[in-house]
Design a protein around this ligand. Structure first.
Ligand code: IPM
Ligand code: MN
Length: 346
């Protein structure tokens, strides 16, 4: 038997509801295997912050580090000042656990309605850098609230950080059918970071001659995402551009309810973290309306990351089959989870 120690951070809003279903499907996928999962729940998020003022203590972080992987629901709540939980909990996890690859696949499954009239065959993956860029918190505000306020957020890009994520993206592209990599940036304006990214892609391309590459400024990329999304195979981009274009990418492939993601530490020094890319959706929290599919697809990525490719594929097939028959039927969060679990067991 193999034991997997899974840290569970359900978090805020719909996080608890979707994570519950993610765990149901995980259990179903491992039912006849000799892999056992032991979960540890970490009570983090808005409730904890209101009760204790804590977002993520060093002690809790150390406890999470002792696990093989993390399943996260959603972080953020309107009763907590914007940024407190995002920076103090979610981004702290990504940074402290060196999740330098934020992997966000986008596939238009059969039966899923896209808002695009002619989406074509959409199947690409965004490799979003996860530990640098404008997300590092390198900035400040002086004379805050006065007419003379100065506020900065300095984007940090290191040769080391850019190279390792670009290399990961090339590896990913080399293992896909089309073997195509698109760098998305804005080097006509962000001439420092932009050219570092461009040069890095050129240099690493020499190690992967079978991969073709192209480049799009981020504004142009937002156009192609709606006019010809089938042109994309692997996209590599910085933390903030990746944040923005992956919401757009989710929208064209069925919405946030279907978009899973993985925050990966490829070196294996720290546990990787799997989460739907949607937020806590306080407007529908507690109503059983949230679609747990994004979390279930994140669970599939979790299994794949842990070397359980067959089990991961079974979950993805179950999701694909469910989506193919879903139509406009309305089910609760728990019903979708139970249906997916049943398909996985078959
Ligand atoms: C995401 C979210 C986060 C991000 C927020 C909640 C900090 O939007 O996972 O895409 O910006 O990365
Ligand atoms: Mn986002």
């Amino acid at each position: 038997t193999r034991n997997i120690e899974l840290a569970v951070v359900a978090g805020d809003g719909i996080g608890t509801e979707v994570v519950e279903q993610g765990l149901t499907v995980l259990e179903a996928a491992l039912a006849d295997s000799d892999v056992k999962v032991a979960t540890t729940d970490f009570d983090l998020g808005a409730r904890r912050w209101h009760a204790t003022g804590e977002t993520l203590t060093d002690e809790t972080l150390a406890a999470i580090k002792g696990h093989d992987a993390i399943l996260l629901g959603a972080i953020g709540d309107p009763t907590v000042p914007s940024g407190v939980l995002e920076r103090g909990l979610l981004l702290k996890l990504r940074f402290a656990l060196d999740h330098y690859v934020n992997l966000r696949p986008n596939k238009l499954y059969e039966g899923v309605a896209s808002p695009l009239a002619n989406p074509g065959d959409v199947d690409f993956v965004v490799v979003r850098e996860g530990t640098e860029g404008p997300y590092v918190g390198n900035g400040g505000s002086i004379r805050t609230g006065t007419p003379h306020e100065v506020a900065t957020e300095v984007s940090l890009n290191t040769a080391f950080g850019v190279e390792r994520v670009v290399r990961y993206a090339f590896e990913k592209a080399a293992n896909r059918e089309r073997k195509h990599l698109t760098l998305v940036h804005k080097h006509n304006v962000l001439v420092n970071a932009g050219h570092l990214w461009r040069r890095t892609v050129e240099a690493v391309n020499a190690e992967f001659p079978e991969v073709t590459t192209d480049y799009l400024h981020v504004d142009a990329a937002t156009i192609f995402l709606v006019t010809k999304p089938s042109r994309f195979d692997v996209i590599v981009t910085d933390n903030l551009f990746g944040d923005i274009i992956t919401d757009e990418a989710a929208a064209i492939t069925g919405g946030m309810g279907l978009a899973g993601s993985a925050n990966i530490n490829p070196d294996g020094t720290f546990p990787s973290m799997f989460e739907p890319i949607h937020g806590s959706a306080p407007d529908i929290a507690g109503q059983g309306k949230a679609d747990p599919t994004a979390t279930v697809l994140s669970v599939s990525m979790l299994l794949d990351h842990l070397g359980l490719a067959d089990e991961a594929a079974r979950i993805e097939r179950a999701v694909a089959a469910d989506l193919a028959e879903r139509g406009t039927s309305v089910r609760t969060t728990a019903e979708v989870g139970a249906d997916l679990a049943a398909r996985v067991r078959r």
